[in-house]
Design a protein around this ligand. Structure first.
Ligand SMILES: [Zn+2]
Ligand SMILES: [Zn+2]
Length: 320
């Protein structure tokens, strides 16, 4: 399937893009500290306020869950299934909207995210994989080190976050004018992910404290729960613990407990067996909310060319 490219830029501008993308891809150690620690500190402050008797009501919970669901759709349906795997095509406004939503997740800009993920699939659990838990040797202690590396430690390793030539994994994306624009404005989208819940919290409660709690719950708590607790488990837990119903060239696993909070990404062995499938849940009971979103977009004529594996393909790779 060809990637949708509405308007291509001049060859000169395309030439200059990898260098500009490299600048944005510099998730150096300082940024890694912010990405990993700021949400954890925010979560700690939120818990402290709760203990001190600051009531958390429907506004804070609503802002947290509302932002969480929309932004997770941006990451899982947009960044992952559409941009990284091209498992379906999207109308341009939806494509751009999902790129913006995913950018608010504190997981890096869209083109860098997609390129890093494509590298992960290219070298899955082998040298070159940016975040495999299995490259630190044998034994429980080394496995723990590997799990930490896969979960968040890799963000501190320059060879993982900005390997030489990383941009070659995303030529199709950096040629797309609108996607490239979203990518370069990354820090504004990040900011928007805090400003929106803060403004809504302030308006709904008509207090400054409401605005602060909106920022805290819709911003930092949301990021902590989404990344630290759930989504980053895809790199660590679902490459280590769980079942492997399909033959795949790595150690990916299916994990039922993470299926809902990751919108279906935790059917990760299914995904590695059929990486270009828009559906992660391949059996009727494998809850795949991201897949339902893709089907809904398809029904609304906003998505098309939705790829799924045939029964014959699944039979060929099924272990039992
Ligand atoms: Zn994986
Ligand atoms: Zn993937």
């Amino acid at each position: 399937m060809d990637v949708q490219i509405a308007s291509e830029l001049s060859p000169d501008l395309i030439e200059s893009r990898p260098a500009r993308l490299d600048n944005l891809a510099r998730l150096d150690r300082r940024l890694a500290w912010v990405v990993t620690c700021a949400p954890a500190v925010g979560f700690g402050v939120a818990m402290l306020l709760l203990l001190c008797g600051y009531p958390v009501g429907a506004v804070e919970i609503g802002l947290w869950l509302g932002m969480h669901i929309l932004i997770l759709i941006g990451v899982e349906v947009g960044f992952h299934r559409h941009f990284a795997h091209r498992s379906f095509n999207l109308r341009r406004p939806v494509r751009v909207a999902l790129a913006i939503l995913g950018s608010m997740a504190f997981q890096g800009p869209v083109i860098w995210w997609a390129a890093t993920h494509r590298r992960h699939h290219n070298y899955s659990d082998k040298p070159g994989d940016p975040h495999s838990p299995h490259l630190h040797g044998e034994g429980p202690q080394r496995l723990m080190r590997g799990l930490f590396h896969a979960h968040m430690g890799w963000l501190f390793v320059p060879e993982s976050t900005r390997a030489v030539g990383w941009d070659r994994y995303a030529h199709d994306l950096y040629r797309d004018k609108a996607v490239f624009k979203v990518h370069t404005l990354y820090f504004y989208w990040l900011l928007l992910g805090f400003v929106i819940p803060a403004i809504l919290g302030g308006i709904l409660t008509r207090t400054w404290m409401g605005a602060f709690l909106g920022f805290l719950w819709g911003g930092l708590v949301r990021i902590f729960m989404m990344n630290h607790v759930f989504y980053w488990c895809i790199n660590s837990v679902t490459h280590t613990f769980g079942t492997r119903p399909f033959v795949s060239n790595d150690q990916s696993t299916n994990n039922i407990w993470l299926a809902i909070p990751t919108l279906g990404q935790s059917w990760h062995n299914n995904h590695h067996a059929f990486p270009s499938s828009a559906m992660m849940g391949l059996r009727w009971w494998e809850v795949d909310i991201g897949g339902w979103v893709v089907r809904a977009l398809e029904r609304l004529n906003l998505a098309w060319d939705v790829k799924t594996p045939s029964q014959a393909m699944m039979r060929r790779l099924r272990r039992n």
